[in-house]
Structure formats: C-alpha cells, structure tokens
Design a protein around this ligand. Structure first.
Ligand code: FAD
Length: 403
C-alpha cells in the first residue's frame, strides 16, 4: 500500500491530506506536526483571536475527529528531525518511518531581534503561533505601552488590536513607509491615516536601535533617531524565513525556500513541498508566497500530482488584512507595476489598481468587496480594463468583465 507522509501540520499540510482523500487516495496518510494542536488557521491570531472575539476551537481547520474518520494518522507534538532521501525514511524522536511520497509543508519562522540589541529580553515577542498569542494576550490591557517593530501586515494588525483595546501603541518602521515591501504608496497612506486616526504613534523611516531592560525585562527602546520610548512589551513583526533546515540537510535544492518545479516536486522525485516553505517557477524566477490561498492551492496541486495528474501550479494570489473596521483585499501580484489607478467611492471605500503599461497586475481594495471580486476575475482572465473606466465611479464594474 502506498505511503504518503506530510511533514508540517499547518494550512498546507492539512489541505494536502484532505485533498488526497477527497480525490480517492486509499493508501496510508500520516500528517506530522511539531505543534501540540490540530492544524489551525493563523490569520485570526493577529485579528479576531487576539482581540478576544474568536474562540480557540474556531481556529481549527477541521475537528480533530476528521483525521480519524478519514483514516489519516495525525502525529502532533512531534518534530521530524531528519530525512534520508536515498532510503526514503524519516526520523522522529523515537521512530523511523518509511515513505513512498513525502510532502514538506514546514511553514516559516519569524525573524527575531538579535540578543545584542535586547531581542532576548522578557516581553519581546513574535506573532506566529497559537502559543505566542496565548502568551501575549494577558498583556493586552488598557493603558499598557506596546512597541511594535515593523510596519508590515502582521505588525499593523497587532497595532489595530492593541489600539482597539486601549493600549498606548508606538509602531516603528525602518523603511520610508509602512507596507513598503508589499504595497503602493497610496495603500501605505491609507493605513497611515487610519492608524493615526486611532491614536497609534506611527514612526516611519526610523528603525529600532536597541531595547533596554531592567532585571531581564524589557522596559524601553532607543530608536535610530536617538529618541526613546518607554514600553511594557514589544511585538516584533519583521518578516519570516522559510523553514528549510530539514530539506537542506537532506540535500534538496534550495532557492528562495525549498525549490520545486511547476508541479511542486523538489529536486528529489519522491519529495514535494508546498506553502510558506516552498518556491515555484514564476516568470523566470523562483517565487515564494506567504498566504493562506497559496498554501491551500499549492498543497492541493501537490496532492493531485502525487495521484499522477501532472498538473502545473497556476498561482492566483489573493490576500486580506483586517484593521479596525477596514477589510483590505488584495488580488494578483504587483511586482513590476509602473502606475496606480485609484477608484474612490463613498467614504472609506477605495481601491488601487496596479498597472504595468496597460496591463492590470493587481488590486488593493479597501472595504470594496465588489472591486476586489471584479479585479480578481479580470486578473485571472488576463483582461485589463481602460484606466478611465476603472476610475469612473459611474462604471458598473461587472460590465468590465464582459468587455
Ligand atoms: P504553517 O501554517 O505555518 O504550518 C507549518 C507547520 O509545520 C507548523 O505548524 C510547524 O510547527 C510545522 N513544522 C515545521 N517544521 C516541522 C518539523 N520538522 N516537524 C514537524 N512539524 C514541523 N495569510 C493570508 O492569506 N491572510 C492573512 O490575513 C494572514 N494573516 C496572518 C497572520 C498571522 C499572525 C500569521 C502568522 C500569518 C498570517 N498569514 C495570512 C499567513 C498564513 O497564515 C501562512 O501563509 C500559512 O499559514 C502558511 O501555511 P503553511 O502550511 O505553509 O505553514
């Protein structure tokens, strides 16, 4: 009987095993995860769950009973420590398992601040796992002072939760503007205004120099411009690194994560990879995406290919972020855009459309699900509406799909 083992019981791992069964695979499936809980969704960790508005059970992607019902062996709290690609075996703490196909869905690890600048002080935290958020939640009390290092989506979402709960929030972003790596200046400006309006002290173009502490506990920060901030705790949101150690030690090719071919196969024909840890060919480079949509789609593609479908992964990037009462929805990839077309509706409803020449690449829609849906469809269909039509709020967006 064919044996598939999936290492990493997160979004991609759970999607892969569910897809294998739903497509009729009747061999052995084992899903192994280091965390002690069944696969869960991470996005609410910096949103509703941190805010205290979502129960823990609702984070789980499926009830734990699902895995037993589907005859999927779930090994939780178990780290895989080595792969022997020649022998097709995996090493766990106290056993060795054989596989026919192995899928690596090991996710990513947040970057931390170096100890030399106070990154190891008590009260300096990252937002990645359920354990991180459960540990930090008691600190989110009215009047507490939090410093958020990094103005990417996770830092901004945590800032929004903290501000909503009445904390004093300072956010530092070393780059000239928040969201610089991922969004246009127009989108940065929208969120700058939003956070400032909620009382967040947003400092752009200034980095953290070092943290100061008392008795091993963080108490303050010295910023790059010499200014100081008194803090009760610090959240670090300065990006992630793909978890490639296992793959590296097994001799798999790495390039911007675990390098896969169009079908999701690594440099070893029996080993596949998907999700945050994996890169795939895209316009002449190895692209790696850090999103739920990618984790699901890529993992399902790998499952199909294990079953022999020889399907190329056709990435259709989408993402979202919730901050205060704003829902940002993103479709497409804006890499290489040269101008933005803005469509402004009623108060707070706005979308930015990214073009390269006359080609539509991506859209950021703020509280505008209709613009998002139409933009996403247009991008998927390879259609690029005339900028005037997008800008004109009299245009019925759905008509653009028919053009
Ligand atoms: P993960 O879900 O991280 O799962 C990987 C798992 O592998 C982990 O449980 C890890 O412990 C395990 N593992 C690693 N190594 C081993 C090993 N050796 N042995 C056993 N197990 C191992 N995306 C969006 O699209 N929208 C959002 O709004 C959004 N918000 C986010 C908010 C937060 C706070 C975070 C942290 C992420 C957010 N993301 C969001 C990103 C999204 O959650 C990730 O892209 C997605 O979870 C990636 O899925 P994955 O399966 O690749 O990795």
């Amino acid at each position: 009987m064919k044996r598939v083992i999936v290492v990493g019981a997160g979004q991609a791992g759970a999607s892969c095993v569910a897809r294998l069964r739903s497509k009729g695979f009747d061999g052995q499936i084992t899903l192994i995860g280091e965390e002690p809980v069944p696969p869960y969704q991470r996005p609410p960790l910096s949103k509703a769950y941190l805010l205290g508005e979502m129960a823990r059970d609702r984070l789980y992607l499926r009830p734990e009973s699902f895995y037993a019902e589907q005859n999927i062996t779930l090994k939780l709290g178990t780290a895989v420590t080595a792969i022997d690609a020649m022998a097709q075996t995996l090493t766990l703490a106290d056993e060795v398992l054989n596989y026919d196909d192995l899928v690596l869905t090991t996710g990513s690890t947040p970057r931390r601040l170096p100890a030399a600048i106070g990154g190891d002080l008590d009260g300096v935290m990252v937002v990645r796992g359920l354990n991180d958020v459960d540990a930090m939640a008691p600190r989110f009390t009215k009047g507490a002072r939090v410093l958020i290092v990094g103005g990417g989506y996770i830092g901004l979402e945590a800032a929004a939760v903290a501000a909503k709960l009445g904390l004093n929030v300072t956010l530092v972003e070393m780059a000239d503007r928040i969201l610089q790596r991922v969004a246009a200046p127009e989108t940065s400006a929208f969120f700058r205004h939003l956070h400032s309006a909620h009382g967040v002290d947003l400092r752009e173009g200034v980095g953290l120099d070092h943290l100061t502490g008392d008795g091993g506990r963080v108490t303050g920060a010295v910023l790059g411009d010499g200014s100081t901030v008194a803090v009760d705790f610090v959240l670090v949101g300065v990006g992630i690194m793909p978890n490639t150690n296992l793959a590296d030690a097994a001799g798999l090719r790495l390039e911007n994560g675990i390098a896969t071919d169009a079908q999701g196969r690594t440099s070893d024909p029996h080993i596949w990879a998907a999700g945050d840890c994996a890169s795939f060919p895209w316009k002449g480079q190895q692209l790696r995406l850090e999103s739920v949509g990618n984790a699901i789609d890529q993992a399902e593609c790998v499952a199909d290919n294990i079953l022999g479908h020889a399907r190329a992964y056709d990435a259709k990037p989408w993402f979202w972020s919730d901050q205060y009462d704003v829902k940002l929805q993103i479709a497409g990839l804006n890499t290489g855009y040269d101008h933005i077309v803005t469509r402004s509706g009623d108060t707070g409803v706005v979308s930015h459309w990214y073009y390269a020449g006359d080609q539509l690449l991506a859209i950021d829609a703020m509280n505008d699900p209709r613009a998002y849906m139409v933009g996403k469809r247009l991008i998927e269909m390879g259609k690029s509406p005339a900028p005037e039509a997008v800008r004109n709020t009299d245009t019925d967006l759905k008509e653009l799909l028919k053009a």
